[in-house]
Design a protein around this ligand. Sequence first.
Ligand SMILES: [Zn+2]
Length: 424
Amino acid sequence: MAVIPSIGISKVHPSLKTKVDQIVSLAHRDIKENDFQLLSKIDKESIKGSKSYILKDWGTIPNAADSFGYVRVGKKSDASFSKEILSIYDKTGKLISHIFRTEGFNVKKNTYAYPSSGNRLIKFFDFVVHSSPDRKFPSPTFDNANGHWRNTASEFQIIQEESSHNNMPSSKRLLTKRINVLSSDPMKFLREFIFTRYPLTSSENKSAKQVVSAKIKDENGEKSIFDFWKKDIDSGAALNVSSNDKFLLFRFLGMNTREGLEALTRKLLKDKNLDVLNIMIYPEARFVSKNSIGHFSVWNQSIAYSPKLKEQNSLVAVNTIGHEVEHAYQYSQIGRLGKGRSSYETRAYMKLGDLKCNEVVEAIKYAEARDNYPNISDTEDLTKNIAYMTNYLEVKAREAGEKLQQEYVKANPDNYMFFDEFFR
Ligand SMILES: [Zn+2]
């Protein structure tokens, strides 16, 4: 009999261990009591190998699965009790999923993704049986097949490496962005965001860390922050993050998420009174052409962002949002000038009325620029298209993007610096 060593997840500063296997311990935490015993264990085996019968009744195995590991633990005092953990690896040997079972029933699942080198995304799921949603895990009288997985949390982990110089050993810093799903209704947006900045591994003080947290709710499509707090535990560097920041909501949501892109776009449209025009927002639109990352369509009455935008830094995203919202504004002004050609422009006239005197000259320039807008292809390098680059609508949209980008930093530089680190 061998007792599985307990590797408490909090103790190992887990994510600094690049080998994810080392945190298998999630369900092992209570195994150190002497009552537990290891019943069986399979190290990495091919999913096509002779032991693949183990995989039979765990539900869908991910397509990328290549090998698996398995552990079964029992209690000496209770022969009917068992805990099992299935680990699934892809063909490069990276862990992609863990499924935890108690007494034969799925209770938890973690999935792991590796968006870029050193980074890891963990999604946490609880198994829910419809007839018994409040139970911690389903009792054996319920049929597993009636249940489903519910996403309860996600954690994005970034490992920053400080390059070494003068023969000093290189040092690493862990940053985690945790999102706890607070509502059991998947349609309701109610989440807790926790950003944690751990000390450099070379630092003496291993327990030092900075934590910034907020809860965010959504009411009628409008998101807002409540319950903001921060904590600085002997970090050495001052944590100057504050709630005095008009962009705080968007920094928490992140400019590399659907929610963040959509929320900031909505806010800017509202600031320009364009919310009455019901512009559609597509934060992850594959139809945006290859040579651009954002697009306002006057014909479709929509603002769309390319999935590529999420790979950029937060300032590029903010700049793009400012740019496209400006186009939405320009065309609404053309409509209010009485020169509309699309239903978007004419609706802007109906809803927002005539222009003020001091807006007319600028709106005429917009209308002229629209009339002279060059034909552009989906593949050309737009920065080389002089007619496009010098078109008044584009010049002004670029200015608006630039201005918003600067505001995003200047509104609260300490907040910008803290949150920006999480989006590298
Ligand atoms: Zn543009």
